[in-house]
Design a protein around this ligand. Structure first.
Ligand code: NAD
Ligand code: MG
Length: 391
């Protein structure tokens, strides 16, 4: 170190869902920047061996295993690294509340991420949020708690990171519209009549991104963009009717903002989740990285088109749910998770996913101002209804 040069404090991270696609990308960023980041705690649902490997490498003080019990040997190995082990469904909140971190990275998939985000914010900790379901289920509570505790929610989702960057230095009142880009997924050019025959393997093959199973199916139905509309509504405090979706199959422009003078700012880059992850981890600093650069001159074309809302009804279901507000987005999310699970287990056809979500939105009791427990109940009720509808 040069004499007199100030060093930035090392940020301690608790990473929930460390063994998943975002979690592993996050650990890749950490391993490249050891002078900036260290790991306080890690969680996995069932991938205990992977967690063991990352424990040896990143030396967390605590780990959580939520979906299985480690066997005696795994327990022994974890203990040998001196880590405290939390197991079972409450283990995530144990980490959020008791591990020694500056920033919680929430890379859990699904509704299980909601309560841990809330608890971290309640503790006044900043959150790097990949788990969009958190804001879909309970955006009002999450944003209110963040404001109350003066804690930051830093977007990891590439579209929201793009918008976040476009808004640097801008005043909220000059924003006219947010433009979320969507690749269109694997079935952009598939005829609607073919949708009932889509297989799990076809739906899991995303053209541009490599991701976990649930978000891959969400991208194929375009519910991912629906969830992102709701996520953006809360993160950027803007009415959903000022959030537009545009198909951009190359996934180079990650999203845009239209300002009141007609100017549009866009953020571009290769589709590599480490870029938005590193920005969220390092914020407010933009740290250097050696990831591949986008060679703009090599781009043959950037194209845009309107989404086909008839073929992808999940988009309108999301707009409907966010307009209804209350517990409707939590119902949408719970029904979607249950329907995606049924599709992945080959119990329903691909085109039944939106039908089941619509049924849940029409059937589950509406609450205008739900508390946290009401939201969790609505999530459960939506899942139950979807499962009963097909049994
Ligand atoms: P993934 O399936 O690859 O990983 C999920 C992680 O969560 C794993 O570590 C798993 O062990 C854990 N997990 C799963 N179910 C759990 C449960 N019930 N309780 C506790 N832990 C559980 O998913 P992913 O693709 O990394 O996505 C994670 C989140 O990030 C999702 O909300 C997704 O929408 C969002 N996201 C992902 C990407 C991407 O490129 N993968 C991009 C943007 C946003
Ligand atoms: Mg996204």
């Amino acid at each position: 170190m040069e004499p007199g040069k100030k060093t930035e404090p090392n940020k301690r991270l608790t990473i929930l869902g460390a063994t998943g696609s975002i979690g592993q990308n996050c650990l890749n960023v950490v391993s490249r920047l050891p002078q900036h980041f260290s790991v306080a705690a890690l969680s996995t649902h069932t991938q205990v061996e992977k967690l063991l490997g990352d424990t040896a490498k990143f030396k967390p003080r605590m780990v959580a295993i939520t979906g299985t019990e480690p066997d005696a040997e795994q327990r022994q190995q974890l203990k040998a690294h001196g880590v405290e082990i939390f197991c079972g469904p409450s283990a995530l909140t144990d980490l959020a509340e008791h591990s020694d971190y500056d920033l919680l990275v929430n890379a859990i998939v699904g509704a299980a991420g909601f309560v841990p985000t809330y608890r971290a914010l309640k503790r006044g900790r900043d959150v790097a949020l990949a788990n969009k379901e958190t804001l879909v289920i309970g955006g009002a509570h999450i944003m209110a708690e963040a404001e109350k505790q003066q804690a930051a929610i830093l977007p990891v989702d590439s579209e929201h990171s793009a918008i976040f960057q476009c808004l640097f230095g801008e005043e909220p009142k000059s924003v006219e519209q947010l433009i979320l880009t969507a690749s269109g997924g694997p079935f952009r050019q598939t005829r609607a009549e073919q949708f009932s025959k889509i297989t799990v393997e076809q739906a899991l093959k995303h053209p541009n991104w490599s991701m976990g199973k649930k978000i891959s199916i969400d991208s194929a139905t375009m519910m991912n963009k629906g969830l992102e509309i709701i996520e953006a509504r809360w993160l950027f405090k803007i009415a959903a009717d000022r959030i537009k979706v545009v198909i951009h199959p190359q996934s180079i422009i990650h999203s845009m903002v239209l300002f009141c003078d007609g100017s549009i700012k866009a953020q571009m880059g290769l589709p590599d989740m480490r870029i938005p992850i590193q920005l969220a981890l390092g914020f407010p600093q933009r740290l250097p990285a050696t990831f591949s650069r986008l060679d703009v001159a090599s781009l043959q074309e950037l194209t845009f088109e309107e989404p086909d809302r008839r073929k992808f009804p999940c988009l309108d279901l999301a707009y409907k749910a966010v307009a209804r507000a209350g517990n409707a987005p939590a119902v949408l999310n719970g029904a979607n998770e249950a329907a995606v699970d049924l599709f992945l287990n080959r119990k329903i056809n691909f085109d039944q996913i939106p039908v089941l979500i619509d049924k849940a939105l029409k059937t589950i009791d509406y609450h205008a101002g739900p508390g946290i427990d009401d939201l969790l109940q609505s999530d459960k009720a939506a899942r139950r209804l979807v499962c009963q509808a097909v049994s």
